[in-house]
Design a protein around this ligand. Structure first.
Ligand SMILES: Cc1cc2nc3c(=O)[nH]c(=O)nc-3n(C[C@H](O)[C@H](O)[C@H](O)COP(=O)(O)OP(=O)(O)OC[C@H]3O[C@@H](n4cnc5c(N)ncnc54)[C@H](O)[C@@H]3O)c2cc1C
Length: 345
């Protein structure tokens, strides 16, 4: 069986590595190898990443840049609290992906929209937000983001730092890397991301080395239909495997790749059902965040939805790399209820 993977991001590259010994697989990546970028804050949890990387013979610990101990959460109402971390880290995602590429046949500089991917038995759309080969999503939902790579002479913050924006539109993140570098970015459904990031950089100036930005799809797989169409199978963010509240897409994308790799062996007919089942919690969490965004959220009526992100993460503290407490979650949500609209840093 010959398989083409469109998009050599984390999900497509991982999938190709999982199946490369059993099938003939080729990866088509739009970016050039020498300029390859992994646009992301590079935050993840080491426990699950160790397992996933181990499956393809990589040692995840070699990629870790910073291991967190405590994350400060600064609330819009000026209050703050800290979350104990137990595995949350940043890692060199670009090197991780390029190391996965080094074991594959990768065609760089190929835009699959213009390429003729003939002679393949299966084509995988792993082009992330672009979803270059699958039909458009009827009602997409995404968060615009902007992120700076900043070099500090002396880092203003030692560890992970997060500032949720009002109305739970998104948050500002400061993720330390190594050598006094940090990824500082903001994603916000209500488009306040540039303003919020500029305020932060004015307060904590450093040398901005790189500026990137792209939307993150938070529409869950249930809304990313079709998942399979005309010989093309979706994988990763192209079919919405991103946590709708925290925007985490690395581990879910790789877990989706595991599902697809198993499905290739068993037949891809069942793959959409498996994806929907496996990521059904994202649909519930998405319903919560959408109600908050469009101001139809009601504490009493929607209490079950409110608890869904908390329960999901509480039951998987190692997987998310942090201690999850209900009172922290409620404090974040509370800042929404107070109805403040201005972003304050
Ligand atoms: C600013 C930002 C910060 C983030 N931070 C985090 C984080 O800290 N932790 C986390 O878990 N998640 C984070 N995410 C989400 C996470 O990065 C993504 O959900 C995840 O990378 C999705 O993986 P993917 O392989 O499905 O898609 P992508 O990583 O987007 O990879 C898709 C690949 O396809 C290629 N491609 C696109 N179009 C074409 C085409 N037409 N032809 C050929 N190739 C194409 C792209 O160049 C890319 O290499 C962040 C997202 C953003 C935008």
């Amino acid at each position: 069986m010959k398989i083409a993977v469109a998009g050599g991001g984390v999900a497509g590259s991982y999938f190709a590595n999982l199946i490369k010994d059993a099938y003939e697989v080729a990866v088509f990546e739009r970016q050039k190898c020498e300029n390859f970028r992994a646009i992301c804050a590079w935050g993840t949890s080491k426990h699950e990443m160790r397992r996933l990387a181990g499956r393809i013979g990589l040692n995840f610990d070699e990629y870790i840049l910073h291991e967190g101990k405590e994350m400060i959460v600064k609330l819009p109402d000026e209050g703050e609290f800290s979350i104990k971390l137990k595995g949350l880290c940043t890692f060199n995602k670009k090197k991780f992906i390029l190391d996965m590429h080094s074991r594959l046949k990768v065609y760089y500089g190929v835009d699959v929209k213009n390429a003729k991917l003939t002679n393949f038995d299966l084509i995988v759309d792993a082009t992330g937000f672009h979803r270059a080969l699958l039909p458009r999503i009827a009602r997409d939902y995404y968060i615009p983001t902007v992120e700076y790579l900043v070099k500090y002479s002396s880092p203003p913050i030692e560890d992970f730092y997060l500032m949720p924006l009002t109305h739970l539109g998104g948050y500002l993140w400061y993720f330390p890397l190594s050598n006094n570098l940090a990824h500082v970015g903001v994603g916000d459904y209500f488009n306040r991301h540039r303003e919020a990031l500029n305020e932060f950089i004015t307060r904590y100036p450093g040398e901005v080395i790189d500026i990137v930005g792209r939307p993150v799809r938070i529409a869950p797989p249930h809304l990313c239909n079709p998942i399979v169409s005309d010989g093309v199978v979706g994988l990763g963010e192209s079919i919405g495997t991103v946590h709708p509240v925290i925007g985490e897409g690395i581990i879910p994308g790789m877990q989706c790749a595991e599902l697809l790799a198993r499905s290739v062996e068993e037949g891809v007919e069942q793959y959409p059902i498996k994806v929907l089942k496996s990521f059904s919690v994202f649909y519930t969490i998405f319903q919560f965040i959408r109600k908050v965004h469009n101001s139809s959220f009601n504490y009493l009526r929607d209490f079950r939805l409110l608890l869904s992100p908390y329960i999901y993460m509480k039951l998987r503290e190692d997987r998310f790399g942090m201690k999850i407490r209900l009172k922290d979650w409620l404090r974040i949500v509370e800042s929404y209820r107070k109805g403040r609209t201005a972003t304050k840093i």
